[in-house]
Write a protein of this length. Structure first.
Length: 545
């Protein structure tokens, strides 16, 4: 029987990033995915600043920035009566190139090295798959389905079906991770249910929906509104969201299917005509019925050598673009803990902290996404909105005010992306400092234990996070402080800790301590002005002993 350290079921964005995280530690991983190829369905189009930081760490930030929208393409979100009608509201946002320049200058709402990026999951998954395949410790196998598994006491044995020749084989692993999406085989075999609300109906982003990927024929005047990234059509007879996929001719259109209507009975061209206000000549590439209105969280994130991550533990309505991004953060939290267990430096409580950290983060983000869905999906539209009359103008102004406010709230969300904190974690050494605001629109940079280690541009132009190690980083902002006892305690238990000396004023001011111990996932574990007398206790705590 084949043997590996970690078996991942699911090669969507979350499973693929988890494989890359494990590769940082040289952990042997087999990833199986039942589809023959990466996704052709452009589900996620918004990659958060935090996810971009993870991708930067794996060296694929530049490839992602070069994919999808051209660097100078607007990323505005606009609300219109029709694509050839009137604009009601617009949120102006920087192009990818401008966002990067803003971040480099320390401007913009995202205090980080990598601002959010608008890139379809189609491109993202292909890039992640290439990156994972290139890692010698990762064995990526598409067209292979996990059928079932059994726990063996110190691991699992899983049955895999090769879909090319319909044969089965077994793989034994120390850990199995279900990154196998909303219909997770692993979750169902564990008997774990989702809690929360599913399929809440709304006028938009709630209930039966259809995603249509299409390519418009050139030379048409189907879209006369100033170029944007997202176009929300707000009319009495159609509600649709059109997103530019490649910044040229490919778009995805998300529409609400009237209750009781079979998606096969829907005429895509009629929908497009309604959204545009004119007939549209286009090639329909893919149409996928899906359900919005979910705010679902699994009752457990797994245990005893079998873990769940991504959509397998939470299902979002895509408002705010939080589903995949939350799953990517799950993978980064879980990855180093699995590696620590496989390599023997993790303590017995380490893996249980995964759920303690990530379930509250899932609940937090689900609540934000649900709020955005309520705000965009629960108002009626009066046909007068299209009238060239005073009443029409008044209606456009009334709804425009709501949508302008909504757009800011849904799309400028540094607090959601960068403000996740693991302050309830048994691994984190609380230093008694005051808690900081947790709000969608405001991110308060802090090195308070449990929070994401804040970003600083160094004097030589590097980003501080680029200097963090694959294992733990012990950041020292004052060379006079002796860090030896902490490093010795780590070495005694095999915990990989790398000393990083950066005695720059900006770093000292942001981190407010001479020594800061940072987890491999980039969150702060402990900080202090001197090595604690109980250095071994600190190391044991952060490794879950
Ligand atoms: C219209 C829409 C728009 C969205 N927009 C955004 C957005 O802008 N931002 C955002 O963050 N999120 C967004 N999302 C959500 C995002 O698409 C998902 O959260 C994301 O795909 C989840 O990734 P995953 O890897 O957990 O699961 P999936 O992407 O579902 O991948 C799971 C993989 O596992 C495979 N699999 C399943 N069972 C097995 C098995 N037994 N054996 C082997 N393989 C198996 C599946 O085929 C699939 O390839 C959107 C979703 C929709 C529907």
């Amino acid at each position: 029987m084949e043997e590996t350290d970690v078996l991942i079921a699911g090669g969507g964005p979350v499973g693929l990033l988890l494989a890359l995280e494990l590769a940082r530690f040289g952990v042997r991983t087999v990833l199986v995915n039942d589809r023959a190829d990466t996704s052709l369905n452009p589900k996620a189009n918004a990659i958060s600043a935090r996810s971009m930081e993870h991708f930067r760490r794996h060296g694929i930030g530049p490839r992602l920035r070069a994919a999808a929208l051209p660097p100078d393409h607007p990323t505005d979100v606009c609300y219109v009566t029709r694509l050839t009608g009137r604009e009601i509201a617009r949120l102006t946002m920087p192009s990818s190139a401008d966002a990067v320049a803003e971040a480099r200058a320390g401007l913009g709402p995202y205090d980080c090295a990598e601002p959010p990026h608008r890139c379809s999951q189609i491109y993202l998954e292909a890039i992640l798959r290439d990156a994972a395949t290139a890692r010698p410790d990762v064995d990526v196998r598409f067209s292979q389905r996990l059928e079932s598994f059994q726990r063996t006491g110190d691991g699992v044995v899983a049955e895999i079906r090769s879909l090319d020749d319909d044969t089965t084989y077994q793989v034994s692993a120390r850990h199995l991770v279900g990154a196998d999406g909303g219909r997770s085989t692993v979750r169902r075999q564990l008997g774990i249910r989702y809690d929360g609300e599913g399929g809440v109906t709304r006028q938009m982003m709630g209930g039966a929906m259809l995603a249509t990927l299409f390519e418009v024929a050139s030379g048409q005047d189907w879209l006369t509104i100033e170029t944007a990234w997202q176009y929300w059509v707000i009319a009495h007879d159609v509600r649709a969201l059109l997103i530019s996929v490649d910044g040229a001719s490919k778009y995805v259109m998300l529409t609400r299917i009237p209750d009781g209507t079979d998606p096969d009975d829907i005429d895509d061209f009629e929908l497009l005509r309604l959204a545009s206000g004119r007939p549209v000549e286009a090639e329909i590439i893919l149409r996928t019925p899906w359900t919005a209105g979910h705010a679902l969280l699994a009752e457990s994130y797994g245990g005893d050598h079998v873990w769940l991550t991504g959509d397998a533990v939470h299902l979002f309505t895509p408002t705010g673009g939080l589903g995949m991004n939350t799953g990517l953060d799950d993978a980064v939290n879980l990855g180093w803990k699995l590696a620590a267990d496989v390599q023997g430096w993790g303590g017995p409580n380490l893996l249980a902290s995964y759920e303690v950290d990530r379930r509250p983060a899932g609940a937090r983000n689900l609540a934000f996404a649900r709020g955005f869905a309520e705000s965009i999906g629960t108002f009626d539209v009066d046909p007068v909105i299209e009238a060239e009359t005073a009443a029409g103008a008044a209606e456009r102004a009334r709804l425009g005010a709501h949508l302008a406010d909504h757009g800011r709230r849904e799309f400028i969300i540094p607090g959601i992306a960068l403000g996740v904190r693991y302050t309830g974690s048994p691994l984190v050494c609380d230093d008694g400092s005051d808690s900081v605001l947790d709000a969608a629109h405001e991110y308060v940079p802090t090195a308070r234990p449990g929070h994401r280690a804040p970003h600083v541009w160094l004097e030589n132009g590097e980003a501080l996070c680029d200097r963090f190690a694959d294992g733990f980083t012990l950041l020292r902002t004052d060379f006079a402080v002796d860090a030896a006892a902490l490093l010795q305690a780590a070495a005694a238990t095999g915990v990989p800790v790398t000393l990083l000396d950066v005695a720059e004023d900006a770093v000292r001011a942001r981190y407010e301590a001479a020594l800061v111990l940072i987890f491999p996932d980039g969150h702060v574990a402990w900080r202090g002005d001197a090595v604690p007398v109980d250095a071994q206790n600190v190391i044991d705590r952060v490794r879950g002993a």
